[in-house]
Design a protein around this ligand. Sequence first.
Ligand code: HEC
Ligand code: HEC
Ligand code: HEC
Ligand code: HEC
Ligand code: HEC
Length: 297
Amino acid sequence: MGRKGLCAALLIMVGCLVQVAAGFAEEMYPYDLEPIINRWISSGHADGASESFTHWDAEGEVPAGCAACHSSPGYLDFLGYDGTKSGQVDKPAPLGTVVNCLTCHNEAAAWLDEVTFPSGKTVGDLGPEARCMVCHQGRESGLDVDADIAAANVAGDDEVSADLGFINIHYYATGATLYGGQAIGGYQYAGRSYDLKFDHVEGYDTCIGCHDPYSLEVRTNESVRPSECADCHARVSTVADLQNIRMNGSMVDYDGDGDLREGIAGEIATLQEKLYQSIQSYGATVTGNPVIYDSHT
Ligand code: HEC
Ligand code: HEC
Ligand code: HEC
Ligand code: HEC
Ligand code: HEC
């Protein structure tokens, strides 16, 4: 987009915003909307220039398969707010929209209470966070691993097949992470038990319990509310400090590095490194085919 195009898009966005805000001002009195709007404007959801909302500019429209999560009309179409069947997107969406007030505040979104994940599993009784999880749920599931292997018709687990490739869950599939064994975003081995949810304290166990729905920041930020995570977690005063959180319930040396004081994030990071090493040594020693991960493919 040239500079003029960008200006025009910004003007349209601001124009729409003023209209929507005016509508809200009537409906949602007595709320003070200014702080809400200011927080939203600085967020990723309002960033009309980001790759998430401009990726299809050369194509001229957002394809139906991407529109539910990358455009406001696509999301409204998915919810059935546009009068079409809910749970599917019927047509491509126009370019140039973001996640705005109307996206999340309309009759269909207000009643939304359950979300179906790529695994086909439905999680219900969600309340307002269901809106977030329609988009932040990922696009593949652990079940796709077995399904793809079955479809490739290989003789055994170690046979190399051109039909098998990296299954990409699509960026941060946070809904699937939060609802672990219920959503089955990750691969689960038969006969093992898995946590059904990250069982956190009440009030901090939903998307909007931990994230401000407008700025999207984790509720550590002083400008949102004073450091809420720090009320219960020592060693936390900035967002970066969240990596230090470690509680008694998880005093297991999961990654085997002998360090029980590191944050749970450190345990996970080392496990990721070890997994990658194992995949690489498996490729080198068992199949003779090297495997590398490249975030751009
Ligand atoms: C189920 C919802 C969903 C669908 C469907 C979906 N995406 Fe996404 N996509 C997201 C979310 C949410 C993000 C960004 C948030 C994050 O960081 O996880 C994202 C991020 C992206 C980005 C990254 C932008 C960047 O910052 O680099 C690209 C590119 C993208 N998607 C392309 C696509 C394409 C192409 C399709 C259709 C074939 C598609 N997406 C379908 C939810 C979806
Ligand atoms: C990504 C989704 C999302 C977007 C975008 C969004 N909201 Fe909200 N909003 C929510 C959720 C979730 C709640 C909490 C609802 C609840 O608890 O029932 C909420 C609550 C509210 C409330 C009630 C007061 C409060 O803070 O709880 C107002 C007023 C409001 N939003 C206005 C707006 C305006 C104006 C915009 C556009 C600038 C906007 N919202 C954009 C999701 C969103
Ligand atoms: C219509 C789809 C959609 C909905 C609904 C939605 N998001 Fe997003 N969200 C996105 C996309 C797309 C991005 C990436 C935006 C970008 O890169 O500018 C994103 C980005 C984010 C980010 C990363 C922010 C950043 O600055 O990188 C967070 C956190 C987030 N969303 C949380 C939420 C929460 C919490 C809710 C519910 C209140 C929600 N989202 C609802 C599509 C959605
Ligand atoms: C227990 C609190 C908690 C819950 C519940 C939670 N988050 Fe988060 N989320 C975090 C923290 C902490 C981070 C890392 C923030 C950082 O490092 O900047 C994060 C990161 C993210 C990111 C990546 C943002 C980025 O810029 O890298 C997205 C997107 C996101 N969360 C969306 C969601 C959604 C959607 C839900 C609900 C399905 C959710 N989160 C539930 C605490 C939470
Ligand atoms: C009211 C107290 C309270 C608040 C506020 C709180 N937490 Fe927690 N948190 C806990 C408790 C208790 C546990 C241990 C749960 C368990 O082990 O079952 C925990 C566990 C965690 C864990 C996992 C630690 C581990 O060792 O497995 C993370 C990560 C976490 N919290 C992040 C956050 C974030 C981010 C925030 C702020 C958005 C937050 N918490 C706010 C009480 C709280």
